[in-house]
Design a protein around this ligand. Structure first.
Ligand code: HEM
Length: 430
């Protein structure tokens, strides 16, 4: 291999493009490699590190099984269902705005990140199984769901490196919150099955309904899907919105330009802003893309596997049993792909932008190819809904003595992100 290829496990990164991460792991920081890797290969044994009684869509290593299950999942993301999710996300957003008005009254300091996390959790609960978390109403994550999810993601991150350990770990007593969450997911599976009449209005109902075209799911498989869909769709959207909010609050010009664009939505129309309108707000769209570029919620490249055969990628042969990934965060912050990569510049996404280079091929927050995020459109829609509603309702500023440099430095990559609280003040717009 040339100097462009690196070994992952050695933990070294440089401007060169391929990194050997371990004896059989490869990180390829070349945008042109995304298509051949993610278009041909399927998930690596890494996903077996997840604590699970059965495989979920996102953890199965059987490509045919994944394809079969995807048929029903695609029904759960039909345009009709996306419209249903938009309506429930809008209702949750209105609930959040009311909470923020109450919490931020009189210029009180508000942890925007805390409330975003609760909002995302409730939105996902509605989509996944028609409700169940109600963390916004409680004002906190009383049941510790978020702790469970971050623990789960941490488990995957560590055990994914040694997937064979999973069966040993399974013999140990499981941490209480994980057991509670598994029971919760199992309960949701039973409830959804018991109430299934006609067309279901949530993901769990649709993927369990055999008329959706997927294979019959055992209760354990359905519970695994229920748990992983919450992992996949809550913290990701929450982190993307925390990133976006941080840059919007920190830049008055961006806030003003967004407000100008949003002013075309009438007050009356706003409460039910439709998907077409949202899709035609180019500056809002540019801000969303830029937040996903700066702080991609899944920063590491999703690992893929060559399996029993080798694959050719950009004229190089990658041998069997090799794990391969393209590092999302590194690609997004590489000056060869994006000019001034550490600056939040939404304008780079607008047509006729002069902020060059701007290599869209290097942008993969939702992954690519087989196993690409099925919730992408919903995630983008919800991010826009949330941002439009927040800016419509409030003028935002950082809270007194909020230390932005310290906040930025607090970010830790944990497979997902961990960081300090984003504290703001909110002045109602009217
Ligand atoms: C900004 C928000 C989001 C980001 C950045 C994101 C990112 C990703 C990425 C990178 C993958 C590939 C994972 C892998 O192969 O290891 C993925 C897969 C997936 N995502 Fe998302 N996601 C987001 C929101 C959502 C939402 C809202 C849902 C809704 C349920 C969702 C559901 C899924 C599912 C089910 C998969 C597995 C798809 C498959 O195996 O075919 N995601 N996502």
């Amino acid at each position: 291999m040339g100097s462009d290829w690196y070994v992952l496990g050695m933990g070294r990164f440089s401007n060169s493009s391929i990194c050997v991460a371990g004896p059989n792991e490869l990180s390829v920081n070349i945008p042109e490699a995304i298509k051949p890797i993610y278009g041909q290969m399927f998930r690596a044994p890494f996903y077996q590190g997840a604590p699970q009684d059965a495989a979920a869509l996102v953890t199965t290593l059987d490509r045919n099984e994944h394809a079969r299950r995807l048929v029903a999942w695609s029904k759960a993301f039909s345009s009709e269902m996306v419209q249903t999710y938009r309506e429930s996300a809008m209702a949750r957003t209105n609930q959040l705005i009311d909470v923020l008005k109450r919490e931020g009254k009189g210029g009180k300091r508000v942890s925007l990140s805390h409330w975003i996390a609760l909002w995302a959790m409730d939105v996902m609960g509605d989509m996944a199984f028609s409700g169940g978390f109600e963390t916004l109403a409680a004002g906190q994550d009383s049941e510790g769901w978020m702790e469970v999810l971050s623990m789960g993601v941490l488990f995957v991150g560590i055990l994914g490196q040694v997937p064979w350990m999973r069966d040993v770990i399974a013999l140990l007593p499981q941490p209480g919150p994980i057991v509670t969450f598994q029971q919760f997911a199992g309960q949701k599976v039973k409830e959804t099955k018991a109430t299934m009449t006609g067309m279901s209005k949530d993901i769990l109902g649709i993927i369990q309904d055999e008329s959706s075209g997927g294979p019959p799911l055992s209760s354990k498989e359905a519970a695994a899907d229920a748990s992983f869909m919450v992992v996949a769709g809550s913290d990701t959207v929450a982190q993307a919105l925390m990133a976006l909010s941080r840059y919007i609050v920190g830049n008055k010009d961006i806030q003003t330009r967004l407000r100008e664009e949003l002013s075309q939505l009438s007050d009356d129309g706003f409460g039910d802003v439709d998907a077409t309108t949202l899709a035609h707000l180019p500056y809002l769209d540019a801000c969303v893309q830029e937040a996903l570029r700066m702080i991609p919620p899944v920063p590491a490249g999703p690992p893929r596997y060559t399996g029993d055969r080798g694959y050719e990628v950009l004229g190089k042969y990658i041998p069997p049993h090799t794990t391969v990934a393209t590092p999302i965060y590194t690609l997004h912050r590489d000056p060869a792909n994006f000019a001034r990569p550490n600056e939040f510049i939404p304008e780079r996404w607008l047509p006729d932008s002069t902020v060059l280079p701007h290599n869209k091929e290097a942008f993969m927050p939702f992954s690519y190819g087989i196993g690409i995020c099925i919730g992408k459109q919903v995630a983008l829609q919800n991010m826009k809904l949330f941002t439009a509603a927040l800016l419509h309702a409030f003028k935002l500023d950082f809270a007194d003595a909020f230390d932005l440099a310290k906040y930025d430095a607090s970010y830790k990559e944990h497979n997902l992100w961990l960081h300090a609280s984003l504290d703001v003040t909110l002045v109602p717009s009217n």
